[in-house]
Design a protein around this ligand. Structure first.
Ligand SMILES: Cc1cc2nc3c(=O)[nH]c(=O)nc-3n(C[C@H](O)[C@H](O)[C@H](O)COP(=O)(O)OP(=O)(O)OC[C@H]3O[C@@H](n4cnc5c(N)ncnc54)[C@H](O)[C@@H]3O)c2cc1C
Length: 296
């Protein structure tokens, strides 16, 4: 039996594994290899690694973990979970079984692409969700913002750090007159109609076409699609969750402890704001939490 089974071997999960491996604990990381930012050519805003491809960051982390003989990396999709502290069991879709004293859930979230032609093709390239990650490269150019929730109305204020040419595409949603007035005072162009398609070449956005035929030239489109956790283990375990503007997250307390003993959560799954740095930080905390809980 492992001390800790980590489900999800990306930024959060591998950070937790490193910390536990260095504490000479027996750890297995179960992973399906689908890190959320795999659509982006490079990852930004990461200490010491700005501009490095995400796959390179993860490959380096996996390679560095081979130094620690108590850490095992396994490929498989965790599907069912049962048990309690000191005797959790996880079964994979491939028919493997793992048991561990503690669990760290780090299986991330999946973005649900809207069925707009050009969206999926451009996701992570010039259809982007986070200006800190990929805004610098398109600064000073015309940006679009696809409305997804009232949270979208905060976008233009933040984005004014990068560009003063912003078009808000309401895509059929209504906003109150006071909000419209505030945005117009900031020189934000507002398109009320439905978005028909995103015009792009190999993921490089050139503009959008609305249902009424209106066309606007853009260099980037900001979008915050709905998301959902990548697996349902937290539901099987009856963990407390809460809604975020775009999906849901596992509720965590000190040291990333969930609402049930012996179970910790880290990464995008456990927070409303998402970045590699937040994920690695929370992975490190979860590892410390799991370790402390075994030292009583
Ligand atoms: C397009 C895009 C670009 C981004 N660019 C940046 C950037 O430049 N800088 C930045 O800081 N952040 C960026 N982010 C955010 C960043 O990708 C996430 O915050 C980060 O990947 C979260 O790490 P994580 O370990 O929580 O989850 P993920 O990276 O999503 O990893 C989850 C892992 O769990 C595995 N998994 C899922 N289900 C199971 C299962 N049932 N069993 C086993 N394994 C499972 C997956 O295969 C995956 O490897 C970007 C996000 C997107 C969508």
């Amino acid at each position: 039996m492992d001390d800790v089974l980590i489900i999800g071997g990306s930024f959060a999960g591998l950070t937790a594994a490193m910390q536990l491996g260095r504490a000479r604990r027996q750890v297995t990381v179960l992973d399906t290899g689908l890190n959320r930012n795999r659509y982006a050519q490079s990852a930004h805003n990461i200490f010491g690694h700005d501009g490095t491809p995400p796959s390179d960051l993860l490959a380096t982390a996996r390679q560095q973990l081979t130094t620690y003989p108590t850490v095992k990396l396994a490929h498989g999709r965790a599907e069912t979970v049962s048990g309690e502290p000191d005797e959790f069991t996880v079964q994979t879709a491939e028919g493997q079984s793992f048991s561990a004293k503690r669990l760290i859930l780090a299986y991330g979230i999946v973005d649900e692409f809207p069925p707009i032609p050009g969206f999926a093709e451009s996701w992570g390239k010039t259809v982007i969700h986070c200006p800190f990650c990929h805004g610098y490269e398109v600064a000073g150019k015309p940006w679009g913002l696809l409305y997804s929730s009232p949270m979208s109305l905060h976008g233009p204020v933040l984005y004014s750090n990068w560009t003063d040419d912003i078009t808000l595409i309401l895509d059929g949603h209504e906003i109150i007159e006071a909000e419209r007035h505030k945005l117009e005072q900031r020189n934000v162009r507002i398109l009320d109609g439905k978005l028909r398609s995103i015009e792009q070449n190999n993921g490089q956005v050139r503009g959008v076409t609305m249902e009424d035929g209106t066309q606007v030239a853009l260099a980037a489109l900001y979008a915050h699609p709905q998301n959902h956790p990548s697996a349902s283990l937290h539901e099987q375990l009856g963990l407390e969750t809460k809604s975020t503007p775009t999906g849901s997250m596992i509720v965590v307390g000190d040291m990333q402890a969930t609402s049930k003993p012996g179970i910790f959560a880290a990464g995008d799954l456990s927070m409303p704001m998402h970045s590699v740095t937040f994920a690695t930080n929370s992975g490190s905390l979860a590892a410390m939490g799991a370790l402390q809980s075994m030292m009583v």
